[in-house]
Design a protein around this ligand. Structure first.
Ligand SMILES: C[S@@+](CC[C@H](N)C(=O)[O-])C[C@H]1O[C@@H](n2cnc3c(N)ncnc32)[C@H](O)[C@@H]1O
Length: 419
C-alpha cells in the first residue's frame, strides 16, 4: 500500500488530504468481486484508490466555495497531475464541472484547458482560479450589505428563467431577497469581482430555496427555505473571500471556456494529460441539478441540456445504455485526438445497477473505444473506493434495494497513447 499527500492540503493539518493506493495483490475479496462483476478483471494492472481526508480537509484552497454535486476528490486530480505531468505540461479536462482539475493544475504550475457545456460550471472554474485582493472584496461586500434591500419584480424586472413554478421552489420573500442582491451585483464594474459575487450568490441559492441541499436531484424540503438570502450570501462570501485571496497569482496558462466535448477541438495533439469525468449513465443531469442556480443567471437549463451527453437521468431503463455508450464513444474519440504521443488519459466513470440488473457501462465503452483507437492502450484499471460523503456513495446508500433503482461503482481507466 502506498499513500500520497499533497502540498496544498490544509496547512494546519496537512497530513490528511491524500490518496491511498493498493495494488492488485492487496485488493479485498469484495473489491475483486466488484472488478469482476464490471468485466474489468481481465485488464492489468488492477488497483484500488481511496481518497483520504474529510470533506473539509480535501476542500483546501477554493475547492469548497460551491457545492457542485458529483465532483471528484481534489486529491485524485492532484495525484494524476503529479504522476503523469511536469511543470507547464498541458492538462485538459473537457467536462470539468466545478473545476477540480483546473485548480489542481494551476496549484501545481501546469497549463490547463478546462471546458464544460454548463455556463455555471464555467463561471465557477474562472472564479476558483482567479486571485483577487481581500481588501477590495471586503469593501464590495460591505457596500452590498449596507445597500441591500429586497426588491419585488415590479421594482426590478429580473425573473428566474426556465423553471416552471418559481413559487414551488422559492418563497415570495426569498425571490425578492435574491433580486435585491442581483441588483447590487449587476452594478459592480470590475468583471472579475462581479463574477466572484455571482458565484457567492449561486452558492446561496440552494440553501435558501425550498429544495433539499443534501441531494443533487431537486426534492422539496420546505423546512430549509429562508426568506432572507443576505445572511447566507454574506457567510458564503466571507469564506470564499479568504479562499480566493489566498490563491497564488498564477503563471500557468489557463483556458476556461464553454465547449461541447462532442464537437472537435480547434487544436491537435497537444495535451500531456486528459482527465475526463463524464456524467454517469442513469445518474445525474447537471443542467437539471443546477437548474435553480441557472434560472437566476437567466439561463434556461433546457438550453444547456441540448448539448449534454445523454445520460438518461431518472429514466431507469437499462436498454438506454447503448445510446449512452454511443454518445460517449464518439465524444471520447474526439477528446483522444488531442492527446500527445505518450500522453495519458484518465477516464473516471461509473457503472449502474438498474432494478437488479448490473449494467457494464464502463466495459462496453472501453471495448468500443479501444477498437476505434488502435494507438491507445490501457495502462491500469482502478477501482475507486468512494468517500462516504461523495454523491455516488450516497446514491448507492439511498437506493440500496436492487429493486428500486440505482447504485454506482466508480472506476478510473488510465489509457496511454503509444509514443
Ligand atoms: C461528473 S461532472 C464533472 C465533475 C468534475 N470532475 C468536478 O470535479 O467538478 C460531468 C460534467 O460534464 C458536463 N458535460 C455533460 N455533457 C457535456 C458535453 N457534451 N461537453 C462538455 N461537458 C459536458 C456536465 O455539465 C458536468 O459538469
Amino acid at each position: 500500500m502506498e499513500t500520497f499527500f499533497y502540498k496544498y492540503s490544509n496547512p494546519v493539518d496537512n497530513k490528511n488530504a491524500g490518496i491511498e493506493i493498493r495494488k492488485e495483490h492487496e485488493l479485498s475479496q469484495d473489491e475483486q468481486f466488484l472488478l469482476k462483476r464490471a468485466g474489468l478483471d481481465s485488464y492489468a494492472p488492477l488497483e484500488a484508490w481511496t481518497a483520504l481526508g474529510t470533506n473539509t480537509q480535501i476542500s483546501y484552497s477554493t475547492h469548497g466555495i460551491f457545492r457542485y454535486f458529483g465532483k471528484f476528490p481534489s486529491t485524485i486530480a492532484a495525484h494524476l497531475i503529479m504522476q503523469y505531468t511536469d511543470e507547464h505540461d498541458m492538462v485538459m479536462d473537457p467536462m470539468a464541472g466545478s473545476g477540480t482539475t483546473v485548480l489542481e493544475a494551476m496549484l501545481a504550475n501546469r497549463d490547463c484547458r478546462s471546458y464544460d457545456v454548463n455556463p455555471l460550471a464555467v463561471l465557477l472554474q474562472r472564479v476558483k482560479t482567479t486571485h483577487l485582493e481581500e481588501e477590495k472584496l471586503l469593501e464590495e461586500l460591505k457596500h452590498i450589505s449596507e445597500n441591500y434591500l429586497p426588491l419585488p419584480a415590479e421594482q426590478f424586472d429580473w425573473q428566474p428563467v426556465g423553471i416552471r413554478d418559481v413559487d414551488h421552489w422559492f418563497l415570495k420573500e426569498t425571490q425578492d431577497s435574491i433580486r435585491g442582491l442581483i441588483y447590487l451585483i449587476n452594478q459592480i464594474e470590475d468583471e472579475k469581482i462581479k463574477d466572484f459575487f455571482s458565484i457567492c450568490l449561486a452558492s446561496s441559492i440552494r440553501p435558501v430555496s425550498r429544495a433539499t441541499t443534501q441531494q443533487g436531484r431537486l426534492f422539496l424540503d420546505v423546512v430549509t427555505a429562508k426568506e432572507d438570502c443576505l445572511d447566507t450570501f454574506v457567510k458564503k462570501a466571507q469564506k470564499a473571500i479568504k479562499a480566493v485571496a489566498s490563491l497564488p497569482v498564477s503563471n500557468s496558462a489557463l483556458e476556461i471556456a464553454e465547449h461541447d466535448a462532442s464537437v472537435p477541438f480547434s487544436f491537435g495533439p497537444t495535451n500531456k494529460l486528459i482527465i475526463v469525468h463524464p456524467p454517469y449513465f442513469n445518474s445525474y443531469k447537471y443542467s437539471s441539478v443546477n437548474s435553480l442556480e441557472l434560472s437566476w443567471m437567466r439561463i434556461n437549463h433546457a438550453d444547456v441540456r441540448k448539448n449534454e451527453v445523454r445520460e438518461f437521468f431518472k429514466v431507469g431503463k437499462a436498454e438506454n445504455i447503448t445510446h449512452y455508450v454511443e454518445d460517449m464513444q464518439s465524444t471520447l474519440n474526439i477528446i483522444t485526438a488531442t492527446l500527445l504521443p505518450d500522453g495519458v488519459m484518465a477516464l473516471m466513470i461509473g457503472d449502474t445497477i438498474i432494478k437488479g440488473e448490473y449494467v457494464q457501462a464502463t466495459k462496453m465503452l472501453l471495448d468500443k473505444f479501444l477498437a476505434d483507437n488502435p494507438s491507445i492502450t490501457v495502462e491500469k484499471v482502478v477501482l475507486r473506493v468512494p468517500k462516504y460523503t461523495e454523491a455516488s456513495w450516497t446514491t448507492s446508500q439511498r437506493r440500496t434495494s436492487d429493486k428500486v433503482g440505482v447504485s454506482l461503482n466508480d472506476f478510473i481507466i488510465v489509457f496511454r497513447r503509444n509514443g
